[in-house]
Write a protein that binds this ligand. Structure first.
Ligand SMILES: CC(C)(COP(=O)(O)OP(=O)(O)OC[C@H]1O[C@@H](n2cnc3c(N)ncnc32)[C@H](O)[C@@H]1OP(=O)(O)O)[C@@H](O)C(=O)NCCC(=O)NCCS
Length: 418
């Protein structure tokens, strides 16, 4: 039997990709052998050094991939991030510390490269806190009961003079990236999309097989500017008395303005035969319910933590974001992994700009790096974390002051799964 120390954790070579891919599928409980087109697509993601594998002899038993990403801080500055994905350990080799070894290698390399944070979407809540990650955004999915929404069935297009057009994948690849950049740079918590994202969503690259082509719709303003785009599929369900009972499932919806969101949701809720619209992953304060005359027609059917963040550089992370009020606070941040702990004075100026300098003054708020990650994008309250015993106030009122600085009027949102 192989001893645990004999298992080699290292970057995989391109020639090892099929073995790595097999381990990945196994860890995610998918059929072990990928169809050729999926393997070809995965090959496109190969970046030397950024795919790790654990090898028991020549058998790949664990997978880990990271890639360059940007995540938008509060205020709109994109910060360099080490995005982590494809994390698996085969069931034959679980709980021997393989994930811990792959994570340590990857985070050390990210720190060395100068990434400010690492990001991931966690399959299960208990996995990543131990590595300094904290949940930083929330997602919600709504199900709209269209007949109950109170919408005028005579709707024939946006009231604002804009228009909606159905387009094909090629048009999406042409118009989508620029539109998404507008949303991304205005949306704290949004992450950059790799070019392969557009190809994968339009069938040019197949990460799933078979692939179903969705419908694509584009919203243009009265002035002809592209401000919104959505992709959706529909099922084919009919009632016993031949009533159409179709569900439209939104794959993604990008609105650069509230007008675009309004027009696209109205469109989706006005497609003949469609009685249910599933919204896909939205921000928990999405306006969708309030675009409907009866907001109760939309109810949340799924809600969970979404983007997890690991701060690798506290100073750069705190200086990248803006602040909601002027103020000052001494934070002591513990980081058991030794990547970025310390004590800093955070000063926020009236215009929102912040500075963060090392200090020997007494700490006012003491917290772990994972809880700072949870506060970083403004989605959580330091007062709540203090109530839970996860943040310690060394000066009464410090948690409330932290909330005044850090919390935002709209919630952060990461539209993507990666
Ligand atoms: C999650 C996964 C990668 C963990 O790999 P692993 O090599 O078993 O993890 P490690 O042995 O390094 O575990 C480190 C610690 O985390 C704990 N841990 C790991 N996975 C856990 C889980 N799913 N739930 C709770 N605790 C977990 C271990 O018990 C261990 O705790 P300890 O240090 O107190 O002993 C593996 O279970 C897996 O592949 N799961 C299925 C796919 C998946 O969920 N991938 C994550 C996608 S985001």
């Amino acid at each position: 039997m192989t001893r645990r120390t004999d298992i080699d954790v290292r970057p995989v070579t391109e020639a090892e990709l099929p073995a790595w891919d097999r381990a990945l599928n196994t860890g995610f409980l998918q059929a072990p052998t990928s169809p050729d087109e999926v393997l070809r697509a995965r090959r496109r993601l190969f970046v030397p050094g950024r795919l790790l594998g654990a090898f028991d002899g020549d058998r790949c038993v664990a997978t880990f991939r990271s890639f360059d990403q940007e995540v938008t801080a509060v205020g709109g500055t994109p910060v360099p991030s080490d995005a982590i994905s494809n994390v698996t350990v085969s069931p034959t080799h679980r709980r021997r510390g393989l994930l811990t070894r792959m994570m340590a290698q990857d985070l050390a390399a990210a720190k060395e490269r100068g990434d400010v944070v690492a990001t991931l979407i966690a399959a299960e809540y208990p996995i990543y806190g131990r590595y300094g990650f904290g949940p930083a955004t929330t997602m919600a999915e709504w199900t709209v009961d269209v007949p109950r929404a109170g919408l005028d069935p005579r709707w024939a297009g946006p009231e604002d003079g804009g228009r909606i057009d159905l387009v094909d994948g090629e048009e999406v690849r042409k118009l989508g990236p620029e539109l998404f950049e507008r949303l991304r740079l205005a949306q704290p918590g949004a992450v950059s999309k790799p070019p392969a994202w557009w190809q994968a969503r339009t069938g040019e690259l197949r990460f799933e097989s078979p692939w179903t082509e969705p419908f694509f719709a584009v919203y243009r303003t009265a002035g002809g500017e592209v401000e919104g785009m959505t992709a959706y599929t529909a099922d084919d369900r009919w009632g016993d008395a031949k009533q159409p009972l179709n569900t439209a499932s939104v794959k993604w919806l990008i609105g650069a303005t509230p007008a675009a969101d309004r027009a696209l949701w109205r469109y989706l809720c006005s497609i003949d035969w469609v009685t249910t619209v599933k919204s896909g992953w939205r921000a928990p304060d999405d306006l969708l319910p309030h675009f409907l005359p009866d907001p109760r027609a939309a109810h949340i059917t799924s809600q969970a933590d979404w983007l997890w963040v690991r701060i690798l550089d506290v100073v750069r992370a705190l200086e990248a974001r803006t602040y909601e009020a002027a103020g000052s606070l001494v934070l002591e941040v513990a980081d058991a992994a030794g990547l970025t702990g310390g004590r800093w004075r955070l000063e926020a100026a009236a215009g929102g700009k912040g500075s963060c300098t090392a200090t020997t003054e007494s700490a006012e708020l003491v917290l772990d790096v994972r809880d700072l990650a949870t506060l970083w994008l403004g989605d959580e309250s330091a007062v709540r974390l203090a109530a839970l015993g996860r943040v310690r106030e060394e000066r009464a009122g410090a948690a409330r002051e932290a909330d005044a600085l850090l919390r935002t009027s709209r919630r952060p949102w990461c539209p993507d799964m990666f």
